[in-house]
Design a protein around this ligand. Structure first.
Ligand SMILES: Cc1ncc(COP(=O)(O)O)c(C=O)c1O
Length: 370
């Protein structure tokens, strides 16, 4: 078989008491109990570990959010402080505010563009920093080497949500990050038919991540692992297409009279383009535009009539999606003064001319309101 078999299991049977005792002595040596995974899970974990130079291992989770929350719980304890980028995915923030805070772990939010200035936000209680680069709504690129250098010098763990880039476009551990997380739900699975997360750790952090995952009881089904492995086989090809189409559309939008700015880090006009060029091996297909005028209710004229863009959360699938975004409702450490609403686009694998024609008609409907 080219692919590992889909091995579904809760119970594993042992031939003899000696076999059972050997497994208890070394539960990671082979099959033990379903929650420790089967060959199908290990094949996906090993593949993800191999994609991250410097990694000791990968754990799988029932969603990207579960990968983030477990990684944080693995490294934080009561009395600690967590620094969270103001550009973080909103459920990462709500976990910190609503579940970590009652456990005595305080979260503070920082400007994603702070770079080595992160030191000014730290206190002696800071034990972890949550990064996300680019932010999946606002697309700031973080200066990862500058931040991780400051963190490592103080023994502070850094954890990144690397869902936008995937390890094919950014290798965070090589830049000093300790745990690299992906919502496999997005580009890696790639077909909008399942949720899964992964966390990949350095040798120093791996034992804690592994133990926290097991103790919190996380498990994913072998069938979903097989689907994610299938997605991984074509990830490089799909990302190239997402990247090319998104860049073509982003450039076209940059010169559209209704558009104030385009937030795509691979465009030279993006404020963090130099950092992007330095650290990333390429781009993917998610970016946002800011319109020159209007407010959220006006965006219905644009998005309701789009033929090729579905209105929905998530991204990274084969199909294009559109989502109006309200940053100031989410953020606490930074504000952006914008002339009009933000529209996020996830560019899928459709024909790029069809997508441009669709957006062109939508922007004409938008403009006609003023
Ligand atoms: C940047 C980012 N991280 C993590 C997640 C969470 O993934 P999941 O939906 O699998 O929990 C998402 C989902 O939208 C996301 O956009």
């Amino acid at each position: 078989m080219v692919n590992p078999p889909v091995a579904r299991a809760s119970t594993i049977l042992f031939e003899t008491l000696a076999d059972l005792d050997a497994a208890i002595r070394d539960p990671d040596a082979g099959l033990y109990y379903g929650r420790r995974g089967t060959q199908t899970h290990w094949a996906l974990e090993d593949a993800l570990t191999q994609l991250e130079p410097g990694a000791a291992g990968t754990k799988l989770f029932p969603s990207g959010v579960a990968a983030i929350t477990t990684s944080l719980l693995a490294v934080l304890k009561a009395g600690d402080e967590l620094l969270v980028t103001d550009s973080a995915y909103e459920p990462s923030r709500t976990f910190a505010d609503h579940l970590l805070a009652p456990l005595g772990i305080a979260a503070r939010y920082y400007d994603p563009r702070c770079g080595a200035g992160i030191v000014d936000v730290m206190s002696e209680k800071t034990r972890a920093i949550l990064l996300e680069s680019p932010g999946s709504l606002s697309f700031e690129i973080q200066d990862l080497p500058a931040i991780t250098q400051v963190a490592r010098a103080r023994g502070i763990t850094t954890i990144i949500d690397n869902t936008w880039a995937t390890p094919l476009r950014l290798q965070p551990l090589a830049l000093g990050v300790d745990i690299s997380i992906q919502a496999l739900t997005k580009y890696v699975a790639g077909h909008s038919d399942l949720l899964m997360g992964s966390a990949t750790a350095t040798p120093e952090l791996w034992p804690r991540l592994k133990a926290a995952t097991y103790r919190l009881g996380h498990h994913v089904g072998a069938d979903d692992c097989a689907l994610v492995l299938r997605g991984l086989r074509t990830l490089a090809l799909r990302l190239d297409r997402h990247e090319q189409s998104a860049l073509a559309i982003a450039r076209w939008l940059e010169s559209h009279p209704a558009v104030d700015r385009v937030w795509h880090p691979a465009l030279p006009s993006h404020p963090d383009h130099a950092l992007f060029k330095r650290d990333f091996a390429g781009a993917t297909g998610l970016f946002a535009i800011v319109l020159k005028q209007g407010s959220r209710p006006h965006t219905a004229a644009l998005i309701d009539g789009l033929r090729h863009f579905g209105i929905g959360f998530s991204w990274g699938g084969y199909e294009s999606l559109v989502l109006p975004v309200e940053l100031d409702r989410i953020r606490t450490a930074t504000r952006t003064d914008l002339p009009g609403p933000i529209i996020r686009l996830s560019i899928g694998l459709e024909d790029v001319d069809d997508l441009i024609a669709d957006l062109d008609a939508g922007l004409a409907r938008y403009q006609a309101q003023f």
